[in-house]
Design a binder for this molecule. Sequence first.
Ligand code: GRF
Length: 209
Amino acid sequence: MSSFQLAVLASGTGTNLQAILDRVHGRDGIEVACVISNKPEAKALERARRAGVETAVFRPEDHEDRDARDAAIGDLLDARGVDLIVLAGYMELLSPDFVRRFPNRIINVHPALLPAFPGLDAVGQALEHGVRVVGVTVHFVDEGVDSGPIILQRAIDVPYTRDRSQLEEEIHRVEHELFPRAIRLIAAGAVRVDTENPRLVHVDEERAV
Ligand code: GRF
């Protein structure tokens, strides 16, 4: 397989980034080319440095507006020949121009069974609603909030105790499995958006990844 370059955008602790570094980076021709954050203090950046991966920070206040900042991020990604942009807890909305610049090349992980509970604090929203089942969704990013075509989903039963930290731990465990799997499937060419129905994503799960 020829080389497949990832960029990971992260704002926080970066446990999903770590899962990608541990489970995907440097295997089967897939490389994390760079890790980008809007926050210089993001722990995700430390994780990248420890793995010897290039880092870059694009703080909102250093750019005229979001469009200008995202254009600069896009230029870096193009310069690095990035094939797939992975949002792993990136807490900024990307500009519509950026999303259009990289069609079906941006993915996100969300801690809910979308389209239920998009946006911030999905776990809190789900517990508040009283659901029995939550889950994890990996999806392509479109111009909306957590609204793009769904690639993989996995359901998780809410524990009887409804203990939030226990539930979050389980969600993270599933994210750390599902997100790397989605990346490996995309890199292997096993993921394709339907030509007739752009909401529908065909995933050849039989592909050994
Ligand atoms: C994850 O729960 C992900 O679903 C959401 O942001 C969180 C990031 O966590 N988009 P981490 O920084 O990867 O630990």
